[in-house]
Design a protein around this ligand. Structure first.
Ligand code: GLA
Length: 372
């Protein structure tokens, strides 16, 4: 009887040890699947292109910081280099936030993309008006102010910022119109575009200069962008690349649209960068609109997750295919905790456009993007 009891105990101990070993093995596998130690997006793409992200000093001081450091080797200030932040009135420059981002990048061996020298939005009113009379300034005065702005900003970060979005979104979405009818255009005509590139080059002849825009997958808009680039090139204006913002969605671009867009731009002989990538889980809409009842379901459903995963997979395999021409891919925001798409095109409709979830964990789509 005693012997039987001893055998029973031994069998029990053996089973316990065996079970424990299996579960440890399981845990090890799960953790290595979820978090390969010290390997981030930038490491998987080391032989392809830098992987960037749009940040604010707040994100660099938050719990997102370790994730940023592990995954990205290029930073773009989300707002802090736009004219309204950096140069809110004629003789006032706010360098603090922009400096903080640049110095964080330098300490962590990251590149910095400057965004953006001229844009019709987030531009302060002072630049268009005479301070004394309040009247609109002449073309000469506006060009002079633009020149001073570009010299000051590009000059300050000479050697620290390797690429600038010099001009953002000057091509019209209207098929019957070439340029966007912005205040800059109204006062200066197209000259401000040409001059901006020239002055940026004078301020830092080593910086790579980009024209940045959205919706290049639209053939009519793309044709106009190509025409603009050709005009700049034939006027001898220094331009190095085209930035595709790439605010996309589960419904667009198709593989064919993306291929055509990239190959058309590649023919121009310039570098291409994906400058503001995110993939909305809703169908793409280009204009802001009111919330409707169907917008109330904002769950990250399996269906939305699966469609987004396919779309990201297609985009990154195409980017890898053109690695010789694409010199950077930057995500617009860090994680699904916060995205500008939470408020566009519909205010207060949660979106999930990035590779990390609200708890800063890699989503399923992350593992697809790094699997090649
Ligand atoms: C444009 C701008 C970016 C950013 C996004 C949306 O794409 O280039 O700086 O403002 O809109 O937030």
């Amino acid at each position: 009887m005693k012997v039987i009891n001893i055998i029973k105990s031994l069998v029990l101990i053996y089973c316990f040890v065996l079970l424990n070993a299996c579960s440890n093995q399981h845990k090890l596998q799960a953790s290595s699947q979820n978090k390969p130690a010290n390997k981030g997006l930038k490491d998987y793409y080391l032989n392809y292109f830098p992987i960037g992200v749009a940040v604010s000093p707040r994100s660099l001081n938050s719990d997102e910081e370790p994730l940023i450091k592990l995954n990205f080797n290029s930073l773009t200030p989300e707002n802090d280099m736009k004219m309204s932040s950096l140069h809110p009135s004629e003789f006032v420059y706010n360098w603090e936030n922009a400096d903080a981002i640049v110095s964080y990048a330098e300490q962590n061996n990251m590149k910095v993309r400057g965004h953006t020298l001229l844009w019709h939005q987030q531009t302060p009113a002072w630049i268009f008006n005479d301070a004394a009379t309040g009247k609109q300034v002449s073309k000469e005065v506006l060009l002079q102010r633009i020149k001073e702005h570009i010299y000051a900003v590009v000059g300050r970060y000479k050697g620290s910022i390797y690429a600038w979005d010099v001009v953002n979104e000057v091509i019209s979405d209207n098929p019957n119109e070439f340029y966007r009818k912005s205040k800059y255009y109204e006062i200066c005509g197209e000259d401000f575009i040409f001059k901006a590139f020239q002055w940026a080059h004078e301020a830092d002849s080593d910086a790579q200069l980009f024209y940045n825009d959205y919706n290049e997958i639209n053939t009519s808009k793309r044709a106009k962008i190509i025409e603009l680039i050709n005009k700049l090139k034939s006027a001898g204006i220094p331009i190095n690349g085209i930035g595709l913002q790439s605010h996309w969605a589960i419904s667009e671009p198709s593989n064919e649209q993306l291929e055509n867009t990239l190959t058309d731009f590649i023919k121009l002989g310039l570098k291409i960068q994906i400058t503001e990538l995110d993939i909305s889980v809703y169908s793409k809409e280009h204009k802001a609109r009111e919330k409707k009842s169907e917008d109330l379901d904002t769950r990250f459903t399996e269906e939305r997750e699966a469609k987004q995963l396919e779309q990201y997979k297609m985009c990154f395999s195409t980017f890898r295919k053109y690695k010789g021409n694409i010199s950077g891919v930057t995500f617009w925001n860090v994680s699904d905790r916060y995205s500008w798409l939470d408020n566009f095109p519909v205010k207060n409709r949660k979106d999930y456009p990035l590779l990390f979830d609200k708890n800063l964990q890699p989503k399923k789509v992350y593992w697809e993007v790094v699997k090649f």
